[in-house]
Design a protein around this ligand. Structure first.
Ligand SMILES: [Cu+2]
Length: 315
């Protein structure tokens, strides 16, 4: 959040600085007053017993100091509240002209993203890696499948909860190309810490090319090994949970795998997307993400290899 890459994150960082410096100032002032009091206290041994006869009398000095401090604290807190409200409004005021619409759903423990722009035939679904165009506003419609999750991409925007049965909305814009790491920011069960999200901000032409590729169904396997892999995919349990557009697999219990080979990471940021990791993940997901909602599938080494070869064609 200290390296903001969009207008929302800039505003939030400004507010953060204001609050941090105000609180630091108050803290320093309290320490200074404390030191002053200690310095003023007499150090020498008392020649006689202290005179306690005045202790139950009203002391105008301290009362005035306390009243001043209370009023000053109240005013400072009020100023911070006002600054928060203005920041909130400024964050909400971003222009949404020509926005990209993405429905983002939190699952235990991964994200699905449905791009809903233009005609229904242009809609497509991906998971965990969300591409957006640089400089264009994005409207995320937030949903949750099971429990409450929260999206936080510190370099782009503040947090927002995803609550089952409700929809919320998060608007943001990335002004610089780059890969922005996001996290689930609301404890949501065993693998909460491995519920990562990547937002990839691409220049307009690259974004359009990416979106066009995502809209295409999976390509036909080109060789016997990949063909065998697809048969396995469709005949094993995989097709009960996953979708590959262009095949009979259409389930949505797990990430859409139509273009899984084009993603940087597997299982919401748990593993880099390499052939070895893909193989290791399918052989034993529980080893890499204990508790995850994908079971291990017992397969021979040859079958596993064919399956991975097929998945690797899904660019
Ligand atoms: Cu979560």
């Amino acid at each position: 959040m200290f390296e903001p890459a969009g207008p929302q994150a800039h505003l939030i960082l400004q507010l953060w600085h204001l609050i941090a410096w105000t609180c630091a100032g108050v803290f320093a002032a309290i320490l200074l007053v404390l030191v002053a009091i200690l310095l003023r206290t007499p150090r020498a041994p008392m020649p006689a017993a202290p005179d306690l006869s005045t202790t139950d009398k009203a002391e105008p000095g301290p009362r005035r100091s306390v009243a001043t401090a209370v009023v000053a604290s109240a005013l400072l807190l009020l100023a911070l509240v006002v600054a928060s409200v203005f920041t909130d409004r400024a964050v909400a005021r971003m222009s949404l002209v020509d926005a990209v619409n993405i429905e983002l759903t939190g699952h235990q423990w991964w994200w699905s993203a449905r791009y809903i722009n233009g005609p229904v035939s242009d809609t497509f679904t991906t998971a965990n890696e969300v591409h957006i165009p640089v400089g264009r506003p994005v409207i995320f419609t937030l949903k949750a499948d099971d429990v409450i999750h929260s999206i936080w991409v510190p370099r782009l925007a503040g947090k927002k909860d995803l609550i089952p049965g409700r929809t919320a909305s998060l608007q943001l814009r990335a002004d610089e190309p780059g890969v922005y790491q996001g996290r689930c920011a609301e404890f949501c069960g065993l693998e909460h810490a491995f519920m990562g999200l990547q937002i990839v901000a691409d220049p307009a032409d690259r974004y359009e090319a990416w979106a066009a590729a995502q809209r295409r169904p999976a390509s036909e396997p080109a060789d016997a090994q990949a063909l065998r892999g697809r048969e396995l995919f469709l005949s094993q349990s995989c097709a009960m949970c996953h979708a590959v557009q262009g095949t009979t697999a259409g389930a949505q219990h797990g990430p859409d795998l139509t273009h899984v080979a084009g993603r940087r990471e597997l299982a919401a940021g748990t593993l880099p997307n390499t052939r070895e990791n893909l193989q290791a993940w399918i052989a034993d997901p529980q080893k890499h993400k204990p508790g995850t909602n994908m079971p291990s599938t017992p397969l021979s080494q040859a079958d596993l290899s064919a399956l991975v070869t097929y998945l690797e064609t899904l660019k």
